[in-house]
Write a protein of this length. Structure first.
Length: 310
């Protein structure tokens, strides 16, 4: 990517899009274009097509999506499917029509079958049944991967797909009904600490295993792949190590210096038992993450200490 290339980051207000913009700016890219959802509603084909016709971006980072944690995914099932299908179809087709040089599509580790062998290799896509709680989101993301793959095959578009593991970092969502586990536990543990509440509620059994990547590492990996990867098959982006939800809660309690007890709420779902990425392919291409989970949690906890929650 030339430093003055026109780069459109879709979803620049979200955690992933904002990290990609920060990283591009740090590296001196000078022609980054963004639009808020009020300016261009990516679900609306006409608005997306007019925007692309006018701007004709050279490169597109597809970080726009309707996202959320286990509760939001399982509750707003129709919205997660419809919104994501529309956003992806419109942006990918508009990129093809306007001869975009390269597009990077962001998926998610939930595209892999619930009972797939671990760690999850890229080749396990479409080899089994999905986890029910996030099936609509996963189906939409699989459609996005297949759009990129088939626009490459039929039209020769240089569109690639990357699958990040669970992410956290600046601009995360701390709404307890919509957030993922890491920001939710940061908020709950911090609140319990400052209000002297003796217990903190953790959903499910605490036994599911999850892998966490700081979004600054993700942004670096996305730029690396935009420059160095030009093939149809998806690429996993993760750390290659996972942690149980209980141990994650204990690590956050240590960082926050909270001395209370964990109370498990078994009325809430566990979701998929484990989703650890196989990151051999990305490592082989020459990229590895830099921020350890403890360092990353310390970094975001500094932000959380400055926030006010109800
Ligand atoms: P998932 O990775 O798609 O399952 O999404 P989440 O990050 O929302 O949830 C991961 C795991 O953490 C699940 O087993 C949840 O039940 C568990 N968990 C524990 N406490 C919480 C919480 O307060 N919020 C969320 N979102 N998940 C929690």
């Amino acid at each position: 990517m030339e430093k003055n290339a026109k780069i459109y980051v879709a979803g620049h207000r979200g955690m992933v899009g904002s990290a990609i913009v920060r990283h591009l700016q740090q590296l001196g890219y000078s022609n980054i274009i963004t639009r808020s959802s009020k300016e261009v509603d990516l679900r609306n084909q006409q608005q997306v097509f007019s925007f692309f016709e006018k701007e004709k971006p050279d490169y597109v980072f597809m970080a726009a999506a309707r996202v959320g944690g286990i509760y939001a995914n399982n509750t707003y099932r129709a919205e997660f499917l419809y919104d994501n299908l529309m956003i992806e179809s419109n942006v990918i087709h508009a990129s093809y029509l306007n001869k975009c040089k390269k597009l990077l599509f962001l998926g998610s580790s939930c595209i892999y079958p619930k009972m797939a062998p671990q760690p999850l290799k890229e080749s396990y896509l479409l080899t089994g049944t999905l986890e029910y709680t996030n099936e609509p989101y996963a189906i939409a993301k699989i459609a996005g991967i297949k759009l990129c793959e088939n626009y490459r095959l039929q039209y020769g578009c240089n569109f690639i797909s990357v699958m990040p593991t669970n992410l956290y970092g600046p601009n995360d969502n701390y709404d307890l009904n919509k957030s993922h586990v890491l920001p939710a536990l940061l908020r709950k543990i911090h609140t319990a600490k400052i209000k002297n509440i003796p217990t903190v509620e953790v959903w499910g059994s605490g036994t599911p295993l999850r892998e966490f990547l700081h979004v600054d590492d993700l942004a670096e990996a996305c730029l690396f792949l935009m420059e160095n990867y030009h093939e149809a098959e998806l690429v996993n982006i993760g750390t290659g190590t996972d942690i149980s939800i209980k141990d994650l809660a204990m690590l956050i309690m240590k960082v926050a210096d909270y001395k209370g007890e964990i109370k498990f709420d078994s009325s809430k779902p566990d979701g998929t038992p484990r989703k650890l990425m196989d990151v051999g392919k990305l490592k082989g291409l020459g990229w590895s993450p830099k921020i350890t989970l403890e360092e990353g949690i310390k970094m975001v906890y500094k932000d959380v200490e400055r926030m006010t929650f109800d």
